[in-house]
Structures are given as structure tokens and as C-alpha cells.
Write a protein that binds this ligand. Structure first.
Ligand code: SF4
Length: 714
């Protein structure tokens, strides 16, 4: 445990704010305590962190309160789900896991095993997991909750630009002439990014802010133009803006000619999107479509920001590509103040992408379907040729399907809570209950998912382990430990390495520190788009947060990607990837006449595993609710705060109604944070469906058709 302050990154959202953490008791000062009397480490924003410059939101400011609450302190085992857990030693638990893993691999093949991880994992932890599953075991069945978060952004970047990786940086928030925010309630979900943008917007009258969202969110409240489109009509709007820019000749012809391909395909598609037609489909006026296009055309630098409203869609990749098309059309990429900029959900989802933490990826922005990429890693990992499978592994939803069919016989869940976060929860819970063997490796107990575990492994969490995280602008921060893990908890990289050693891969997992893991990892990024061979724990500690690419050849890396206007595609050109809108996978119909949309609140984080244990945040958001438009509430005879039952084709949930014109008619909104531990029968994902984007395989968690039934006063 350190007795001086240390620097780290906030473990919540992908903004990745820098924090400075100091001990609960400074010399001569009173001990800082929470409401239960526990000493609490003091947290403030790190003024020297390049991404956040000292700013911090309520989540970051209160995170230290959660460290000691409801922790899993030692390994626990049980034979079956109807038995209580009993305490076990690490040796017993790790031997059991290793033996079971070997048996399943021997009897049913490595593809019967799966690991489901999370953007909470540090880069080193992701790396050892990829090396064990994709390398040593020979199965690509590692997926993470990033599948639910930004896999459409990954697929869209790859399809349009040739590689994943947001091309922009936060400095662009200070330089843009027009911020186009689509499918993101940035003010609540990425507050420090929004603060920075809002300051720029307020100071500079020429700067425009366009917000595209079916809800009038706090982000939309301060916009110059709020386009409250119908859920599922994003592509119509984007193609409609493209139509007008093309009609007006407000395009960058030389960029299109010299740096892009497939422009004529795009021009052919968007000619079907005149403003009147787009307005009708989107439920807004033609004037609003024209004004959005006008703001684009009058701005030299348009910065597009997006998040789950675009990604969590059955056509998520197409939405991302349609947005990138507008940047290619206007040549607004690779330059200050403009470009397509996805906002990452998790604190290290970017690190997970770099290290191949999705079922179709390999470390160093490689793909399992690329023979050369597989060979490169087999060489680096000293594996026999052909060891890495060319088949993509099971995605989050495929793991559930595999449990249902019995094809998955070993499930290892690390730092995530699928019994709240996956869609169609009744089906998910039934599948988890069928799992023959589930390991749950988490810092907290209970979570909704630990109810389905046979083995619980206590993981060290933020502040108790040292490792690296990358934020949305590719800034890599060393997150230093400042205290010892509670109880017998261990860092995830160490737990995974210990299992690997027990099943015979000792020479490949002889790591004794996360710094060693990181040193090996950066070598696999050599000459890749995310080259970070110049980084090490030592350098990050000495120099502070550093942006990639950062090769070991010295020189500061460029802040933005594609500044030379060359793209990592076969012909060096970015590709227009145009398509027609398919709409929602499950639109409203006479039987289920409302569209449910889900989202996040300012204080809570995901499934509340941490924030549900922080007093201030619980007071801020004491219970879930359902927003409904006054007109719909009147029609259904619903009063404010009256409980309603929301029914979809898959499940039922109950909420108090919040009547507000912030939500459009025929649409209702429910926050996604509550699992049954926090509010029984108010699980948003009991209602949602698993239909996914065919390219990113990201489920459409944002929208489904529902009925609303008022309940008698509770
Ligand atoms: Fe943490 Fe995100 Fe808040 Fe920054 S904006 S303090 S990273 S939750």
C-alpha cells in the first residue's frame, strides 16, 4: 500500500479521465470515511492527464467508495447451482478449473470452452486470455461485453477505412465548427467529453451542435438543432444529408477522386433520399433535414460523435459506414477538428480491441480469418503452424446459444455481468442455468451472474493491481495499484496465467508481473496500425499517458490517424460503403404498439456492480422508471409515478411511469442499469431481443416493440 498519491485512470467510461488518488489519512488531517465509517481513498482529477485536464464526473469522484463494499474475498466452490458455496483454497479452485478445462478440451474439443470478458479488464489481462484461448487452446471463443458496446464501430471502421481505430482526438472537440452527435447522450454517458465540447460551443458562436436522438436528453437540450428522429431511421437521415450535400455540390471532389473508392455506388444510393422522403421516414420536417445538411456544408470541420444509439442496432455497421460516408464526401478526416469519432463505453474497450478481445480478432488489430495474421502470431507465440483456428469464435449471443444446445460445456466469465447486460434475459438465465461448469471471476459478490456459477474466483480490482488501459482517443494510461487486494483476491492476469501453467503451458505464462506481460504484448503490435512497441510500464510511469501509435523508433506519434490521407486498405483509399436503411428488427405493430428504447443515466454505470454500492449515486438515481409522452399517458390513463407493466414478445418488466415530453409519442424509454438484485422485475433487458447486425454481431439492445399496461397503484 502506498502512502503517497498515485496517478491512474478512471475505471468507468471510455473517456478515460486521469485520476489522482491519495490515502484516506493525510498527515495531520482527519481520516476520510464513507457513511459506513470505512476509510476511503481520496480521488480528484489529474490536472496533467492530457485527456481530461483535471476534470472528473460524479462516477470518477466517488469510485473509491466502492472498493471495500461486497467484495468477493476468497475462492468458493459448489457442485451444482442448488447448493450453497463453500470456501476453497486457490490451489483447489485452480486445479479444479484446469482439470475441467483439460477434460472438456480432450473429450469435446477446445470449442466447447468459452471465456466472456469485459472492457474492465486491463490490457495485460486481455492479452493473457487471448494467448491462452486463441493461441494455446486453439479456440477463438473469447468474446467480451464490448460486443454489446462498440463492435459495430469496429466493423464500420474496418469496412470504410481498412482498420479499426478512432481517427480523432479530444483536441478536436476544441477545434470543430460543428459537432454532429448521433445516438449518444454524451452529456450523461461521456460527461467530460461533453463538458469540453460545451465550453467550446459556448465560447464560439459560429460553432454548431446537432444532436440526433429520439429523446430530448440533456445533450439535446443544449443543441442548436435537435433531430428527434424515429428509432431506427438513422441511415435515412444520413443518406438524406448526403443527398443534399451532393445536390448542392458541397463536396470535396479532389479528396473523393484521390483518396476514396466506390463513390458512384454511394451517389446511386443517396439519390433515393430527397428531404421530403427522409422527413417522412424519420418523423421530422424537411426543413430540419435541410438545416442539418446546411450546418454540415457551412462547416469546414465537422466532428461526428456516436455511441450506443448507432452501435446497438441490427444495422449498426451500416449506420457507422453511412456516417463515415459523409466525412469521405466532404474530405473531413485526418485533419484537426473533424472526423468520425466513436465514443467507447468501457474504460479499456479500446485496449481490448488492440489486443484482439473479440471472437473474430487477434492481438495487434489482426483478424482470425487472415492467414498471414494467424501465422505471425503463431510465430510470435512459438506455436505449431495451424494452431490458431481460422474460424471466428462464439460471440456473446453465440455463447448463450451454445449453452442452450450443450455445445458449450465450460464457461469462464471475467469482470462482467451478462445476467443483466445481455438481451432477452429470461432466455439468457435459462441458458446460464444449463451450463455444466461456470467460473465467475469478479471483484464483487453477489452479482446477478454469480447466481449461475460453480466456481467464484476473487479478482483484484481497480486500485489493487497495476496495468494499462487505453481510452477513446488512443491514450494509454498506466493504472498503478495504490493498495493491496482485499482478502485473497488476485489480478486477472495472474489467475489466468496460473490456470495456463496448470494445464501445461508454463513456459508461455511464466510472467511474474503485469509489466512483463505488457512487455511481451507490445511486441505483437510491431508494424501494426496500433504499434506501441515504444511503450512499457516504465516509460508510462515516467512520461505519463501516451497516445498510440507509438513505435519504438522514437518521435511523438501523430495525434490523429490518416493525416497523410492514405488508408490501410489494399488500394490505400477509404471506401464509400452505402446502403439503404432496413429499419428496426422489431418495429412497433398493432399488437406491440410502442417502441422501447433503452439507455444510461448520469450517475450509474452498466449493471451497477460498482455504482449500486455508492451512497451518493444511489440517492441520485434511487429507482428505475419508464418515460412516456403525455399524449400516450393520457390515452392509456396513466398518471405520473403510476406503475406500468411493459410487455414484449420475450418478457415483462414493471416501472413507475415518468410522464415527459422529452420522449417522442409512441416511444418509451427505460434505463438499462437495474438487474434483479437492485430492483426486482424492472430489468430492461427482459424485454429486448437478440437480433444482431450481420457484420458486427452486435445485438439491437436499443429498440424493440412493447405493450404498456397500467397497473393498479402499488
Ligand atoms: Fe470516469 Fe467517464 Fe466520468 Fe471521466 S467521464 S470521470 S472516465 S466516468
Amino acid at each position: 500500500m502506498t502512502d503517497s498519491s498515485i496517478k491512474t485512470q478512471c475505471p468507468y467510461c471510455g473517456v478515460g479521465c486521469g485520476l489522482e488518488v491519495s490515502p484516506p489519512a493525510a498527515p495531520g488531517k482527519a481520516v476520510n470515511r464513507d457513511s459506513q465509517g470505512n476509510p476511503v481513498w481520496k480521488v480528484k482529477g489529474d490536472r496533467h492527464h492530457p485527456s481530461s485536464q483535471g476534470m472528473v464526473c460524479v462516477k470518477g469522484a466517488t469510485v473509491a467508495e466502492s472498493i471495500d463494499r461486497d467484495r468477493l474475498r476468497y475462492p468458493m466452490l459448489r457442485e451444482s447451482l442448488d447448493q450453497p458455496f463453500r470456501r476453497a483454497s486457490w490451489d483447489e479452485a485452480l486445479d479444479l478449473i484446469a482439470n475441467r478445462l483439460k477434460t472438456v478440451c480432450d473429450e469435446s474439443g477446445a470449442n466447447a470452452t468459452c471465456m466472456y470478458g469485459s472492457g474492465q479488464m486491463q490490457t495485460e489481462e486481455y492479452y493473457v486470455a487471448q494467448k491462452l484461448l486463441k493461441g494455446c487452446l486453439g479456440t477463438n471463443n473469447f468474446d467480451s461485453n464490448s460486443r454489446l458496446c462498440m463492435s459495430s464501430a469496429v466493423a464500420g471502421y474496418v469496412q470504410s477505412l481498412g482498420s479499426d481505430g478512432p481517427p480523432c482526438c479530444y483536441e478536436d472537440l476544441d477545434l470543430t465548427d460543428c459537432a454532429f452527435i448521433i445516438g449518444s447522450n454524451t452529456a450523461e454517458c461521456h460527461p467530460i467529453v461533453f463538458n469540453r465540447l460545451q465550453k467550446h460551443h459556448k465560447r464560439n458562436h459560429h460553432v454548431k451542435l446537432i444532436v440526433v436522438d429520439p429523446r430530448r436528453t440533456p445533450t439535446a437540450e443544449v443543441a442548436d438543432l435537435h433531430l428527434a428522429i424515429q428509432p431506427g431511421t438513422d441511415i435515412d437521415l444520413l443518406n438524406g444529408i448526403g443527398y443534399l450535400l451532393l445536390q448542392w455540390g458541397e463536396i470535396d471532389r479532389s479528396f473523393i477522386d484521390e483518396c476514396t473508392s466506390k463513390f458512384s455506388d454511394f451517389a446511386e444510393v443517396v439519390q433515393h433520399y430527397p428531404p421530403q422522403e427522409v422527413a417522412k421516414r424519420c418523423g421530422i420536417s424537411a426543413k430540419e433535414v435541410e438545416l442539418a445538411a446546411r450546418y454540415w456544408s457551412e462547416s469546414k470541420r465537422v466532428l461526428s460523435l456516436w455511441s450506443q444509439g448507432v452501435n446497438q442496432s441490427s444495422e449498426g455497421t451500416a449506420k457507422v459506414c453511412s456516417l463515415i460516408n459523409l466525412h469521405l464526401l466532404t474530405g473531413q478526416i485526418g485533419k484537426p477538428g473533424c472526423g468520425p469519432f466513436s465514443l467507447t463505453g468501457q474504460p479499456n474497450a479500446m485496449g481490448g480491441r488492440e489486443v484482439g478481445g473479440l471472437a473474430h480478432l487477434l492481438p495487434g488489430y489482426r483478424s482470425v480469418s487472415n492467414a498471414q495474421h494467424r501465422q505471425e502470431l503463431e510465430h510470435l507465440w512459438q506455436l505449431p503452424p495451424g494452431q490458431i483456428s481460422p474460424s471466428p469464435g462464439r460471440t456473446a449471443w453465440d455463447i448463450i446459444r451454445g449453452l442452450e444446445t450443450g455445445e458449450v460445456q465450460f464457461l469462464w466469465v471475467v469482470a462482467t455481468n451478462p445476467a443483466v447486460s445481455l438481451p432477452d434475459l429470461e432466455r439468457v438465465k435459462a441458458a446460464l442455468a444449463k451450463s455444466p461448469f461456470t467460473v465467475c471471476q469478479d471483484a464483487y459478490y453477489p452479482t446477478e451472474t454469480t447466481a449461475y456459477a460453480h466456481v467464484l474466483l476473487p479478482a483484484a480490482q481497480w486500485g489493487e493491481k497495476t496495468g494499462v488501459m487505453t481510452n477513446s482517443e488512443r491514450v494509454v494510461t498506466l493504472c498503478s495499484a495504490f493498495r493491496s487486494p482485499v482478502g485473497e483476491a488476485k489480478p486477472d492476469w495472474e489467475i489466468i496465467s496460473q490456470v495456463a501453467r496448470r494445464i501445461g503451458f508454463g513456459n508461455k505464462f511464466a510472467f511474474t508481473s503485469s509489466a512483463q506481460v505488457y512487455a511481451e504484448y507490445v511486441q505483437v503490435t510491431r508494424d501494426r496500425p496500433c504499434d506501441m512497441t515504444g511503450l512499457s510500464h516504465e516509460r508510462l510511469l515516467a512520461d505519463g499517458p501516451t497516445q498510440w501509435p507509438c513505435p519504438d523508433r522514437g518521435n511523438a506519434s501523430p495525434k490523429r490517424l490518416y493525416t497523410d490521407l492514405r488508408f490501410p486498405t489494399a488500394d490505400g483509399r477509404a471506401k464509400f460503403s452505402a446502403c439503404h436503411s432496413q429499419g428496426l428488427a422489431e418495429p412497433a405493430d398493432p399488437e406491440y404498439p410502442f417502441v422501447l428504447t433503452t439507455g444510461r443515466l448520469y450517475g450509474h454505470w452498466h449493471t451497477q456492480t460498482r455504482t449500486g454500492r455508492i451512497d451518493k449515486i444511489k440517492q441520485m438515481h434511487p429507482e428505475p422508471f419508464m418515460e412516456i409522452h403525455p399524449r400516450d399517458a393520457r390515452t392509456l390513463g396513466i398518471e405520473d409515478n403510476q406503475w406500468v407493466e411493459v410487455r414484449s414478445r420475450r418478457g415483462i418488466a414493471q416501472f413507475p411511469a415518468k410522464i415527459t415530453s422529452a420522449i417522442a409519442p409512441n416511444t418509451v424509454f427505460v434505463p438499462m442499469h437495474w438487474g434483479y438484485l437492485w430492483a426486482d422485475k424492472s430489468e430492461a433487458n427482459a424485454l429486448t431481443h437478440p437480433k444482431s447486425c450481420p457484420h458486427s454481431l452486435q445485438p439491437e439492445l436499443k429498440a424493440c416493440a412493447v405493450q404498456i399496461v397500467p397497473l393498479a397503484v402499488k
